[in-house]
Design a protein around this ligand. Structure first.
Ligand SMILES: NC(=O)c1ccc[n+]([C@@H]2O[C@H](COP(=O)([O-])OP(=O)(O)OC[C@H]3O[C@@H](n4cnc5c(N)ncnc54)[C@H](OP(=O)(O)O)[C@@H]3O)[C@@H](O)[C@H]2O)c1
Length: 292
């Protein structure tokens, strides 16, 4: 594990970026999203889909990103070593998995090859739609040389590189999944409900996207619990009861979702304290009532 203990961007030498030649193995959602961003940042980048197999020639790049599925990372590192595709020049090899450390690349490490985890805390949902990386967070951990190169790349992409020694990677990845994948599932529930309320699915998604963006901005700028809005924060038990009545009528399968979300909001709303305690107790009774 790296000794680096910085949660802030490290100083980056401008010439580091100019010297980066990137090879990405894996043309899925992350591979293509990163390739687009790296190209847009003015760096040289080659993308090779994994379904084409590893190249037969040595890889002429000094920064290799393995953007393959988690289970393929270690075998891929072994294949890079066994076929002598890296190691003839100084190179950093990184993977993008959130739950795996640099040791997943141990087979390739050594000599002129340094390795690191480089996980963008960004949601890449489609190979044909590159998400906005600026102000995104990049968790980097591994050999000092690879970490330095990855931090340099991250800054070049407008991202904030961070290293957290001793991080519980699985918990870290679970938190990222809870928020990113949970939000997509919540949005699907919202689209479903808006459709039942009379709005077509495409329009519903177009309406919920900007709503989610404002939530994201509130979380980033205000933090939690301050990012919370809505009837639970306001202590509006009657409003919550009306929502549940509509859900029971139009979409009963979404009631448990709503109840779980409201129950999670209650302690936040109590901390914010914008209504008397008995207003929050009344919301709790509404939620308890629906569960019986
Ligand atoms: N998606 C995210 O939001 C996200 C965020 C942060 C980190 N990551 C990490 O980034 C890495 C890559 O994730 P990803 O989301 O880019 O995965 P992905 O879209 O599934 O692509 C990964 C690999 O799977 C292959 N693949 C895609 N569809 C396939 C199919 N139908 N049949 C066979 N192979 C197929 C691709 O092959 P080709 O190369 O041939 O196209 C690609 O090499 C993982 O380690 C993941 O944990 C993902």
């Amino acid at each position: 594990m790296s000794e680096m203990d910085s949660t802030r961007p490290s100083p980056v030498h401008p010439e580091d970026n100019a010297l980066l030649e990137v090879f990405i193995y894996g043309g899925g959602k992350v591979g293509r999203g990163l390739a687009r961003a790296i190209r847009d940042a003015g760096l040289r980048v080659t993308l090779r889909p994994a379904r084409d197999g590893l190249p037969s020639e040595r890889i002429e790049a000094n920064f290799v990103i393995l953007a393959v599925r988690d289970r393929d990372i270690a075998p891929c590192a072994e294949a890079l070593r066994d076929r002598g595709l890296v190691g003839h020049r100084d190179v950093a090899v990184v993977h993008c998995a959130g739950a795996l450390g640099p040791e997943a690349l141990a087979a390739a490490r050594g000599g002129r090859v340094s390795v690191a985890q480089m996980h963008p805390m960004i949601s890449f949902a489609s190979p044909s739609f590159a998400p906005f990386l600026e102000r995104g967070q990049l968790h980097i951990d591994g050999d000092p040389t690879a970490v330095r190169a990855a931090r340099s790349l991250g800054v070049c992409l407008g991202m904030t590189p961070r290293t957290f020694p001793g991080l519980d990677r699985v918990a870290y990845h679970a938190a990222a999944g809870l928020v990113a994948n949970g939000a997509a599932a919540l949005a699907a529930a919202g689209v479903d409900l808006l459709e039942r309320a009379g709005i077509d699915r495409r329009t519903a998604a177009e309406m919920l996207g900007p709503l989610l963006r404002t939530v994201a901005d509130n979380v980033e700028v205000l933090g939690v619990p301050d990012a919370l809005t809505g009837p639970v924060r306001r202590g509006d038990a009657a409003g919550v009861a009306r929502h549940l009545e509509a859900l029971c009528r139009l979409a009963p399968h979404l009631v448990p979702f709503y109840v779980a979300a409201a129950a999670t909001q209650l302690p936040l709303a109590r901390v914010l304290g914008e209504a008397p305690a008995d207003a929050f107790d009344a919301i709790q009774r509404v939620l308890d009532g629906i569960q019986q």
